[in-house]
Design a protein around this ligand. Structure first.
Ligand code: MRU
Length: 352
């Protein structure tokens, strides 16, 4: 598995794998300023809900290290949080990670500045390490849903590069390969930015998983053929009632899965749960540059000049279509609100 995000050895910059260059080129970028990090998140050089949370946590620490001697340090940290949070609006992990960093800042506000900055570095590393541990648990719960010979359909990319290690929806597939369980994966290419073709196919092939790439408009036919036993996808924000935002195209897959009687599982760490947003209608859907639709992944024009374009990056799956949400605390099923509260209550008590 390739490493996607880390702090440089001396801690003064963030090193990320540039995911826009995959699969042709494995190249790393060194980000030294908040503006560079903002652009990297905005342009999907680092992407995937948990991964942008981890990158933002390191970014928050870097801002503190840079601004620590400023007289208006705490105000400039609030500005840094707002700025980084505005890079992408839909994935809750971005604001979740920044809010957690702010909590660490507030708890340690009276420490000498150097020590405060060291605490923030520790918190960012903890967010990263917890994500690795959570992914492994999520992957184990997901693997328990699979049987030898199963076909699984996935969309976009919820693998190691979208998180920290193993990934969420791809984790069970990677564990299956490690343990010699033979499954077959159908990966949607995921228009317009091709995360499925460029990243999911790449990650699964590297791990020796039997993966077949399909265009998004082929999913219905593949499901109808009886080759798909389950749909596994990630999530960017799960609302209190269970409605869940993920990459545009996920909603259509959920509707199709219901029609063909195929279980539809979404995968996410509990940090993707947004209990402050009651239903999917409250989720802000990121609208992206029309060029992503009219140009062939920024290489060649494929649509008439000046054509009107609609380019939402995400859609929201209605909770009635979700068989279960696979988390590090187990698989949560309907009634979602009641069961989310139970799981979150248990987790909070366990942490006390
Ligand atoms: O726009 P992207 O590539 O960041 O979208 C990613 C997804 O939709 C993933 O499924 C989601 O973030 C979960 S990643 C574990």
């Amino acid at each position: 598995m390739l490493e996607n995000i880390r702090l440089s050895r001396e801690g003064g910059s963030i090193i990320i794998l540039d995911q826009t260059r995959l699969p042709g080129e494995v190249s790393y970028l060194e980000l030294k300023t908040r503006e560079e990090l903002f652009d990297a998140i905005r342009l999907l050089k680092v992407r995937g809900a948990p991964a942008i949370g981890i990158a933002a946590a390191y970014g928050y620490y870097l801002c503190a290290a840079t601004d620590k001697d400023q007289p208006d340090f705490f105000r400039s940290m609030d500005d840094a949080e707002r700025y980084l949070a505005s890079a992408r609006p839909t994935a809750v992990n971005l604001t979740w990670a920044l809010a957690r960093m702010r909590g660490c800042l507030k708890r340690n506000a009276l420490l000498p500045r150097e020590e405060l900055v060291a605490e923030l570095k520790r918190e960012a590393v903890a967010i990263h390490e917890e994500d690795i541990a959570n992914n492994l648990k999520i992957s184990e719960y997901g693997l328990a849903l699979l049987h030898e010979g199963d076909g699984v359909l996935t969309h976009c990319n919820a693998g190691p590069l979208a998180t920290s290690h193993y990934g969420t929806a791809l984790g069970p597939m990677l564990l299956a390969a490690e343990r010699g369980v033979k499954i077959r994966v159908f990966a949607d290419e995921t228009r317009p930015l091709m995360q499925g073709a460029r990243i999911t196919a790449f990650e699964l092939m590297q791990a020796g998983v039997d993966v077949t790439l399909i265009c998004d408009n082929m999913a219905a036919a593949v499901m109808k053929s009886g080759k798909v036993n389950a749909v596994f996808v990630g999530a960017d924000r799960v609302c209190r009632n269970g409605d869940a935002a993920n990459k545009i195209g996920t909603l259509g897959l959920a509707v199709l899965a219901k029609h063909y009687g195929i279980p539809f599982y979404m995968f996410a760490p509990l940090s993707t749960l947004d209990m402050d947003t009651p239903t999917g209608s409250g989720v802000r859907i990121e609208q992206r540059d029309p060029d992503e639709v009219t140009e062939l992944y920024f290489k060649q024009r494929i649509a008439p000049e000046d054509v009107k374009v609609y380019n939402p990056a995400f859609d929201v799956v209605d909770h009635e279509l979700i068989t279960g949400l696979v988390t590090e605390a187990g698989i949560i099923t309907a009634p979602f609100e009641e069961n989310f509260e139970k799981v979150l209550g248990k987790y909070k008590n366990a942490e006390l």
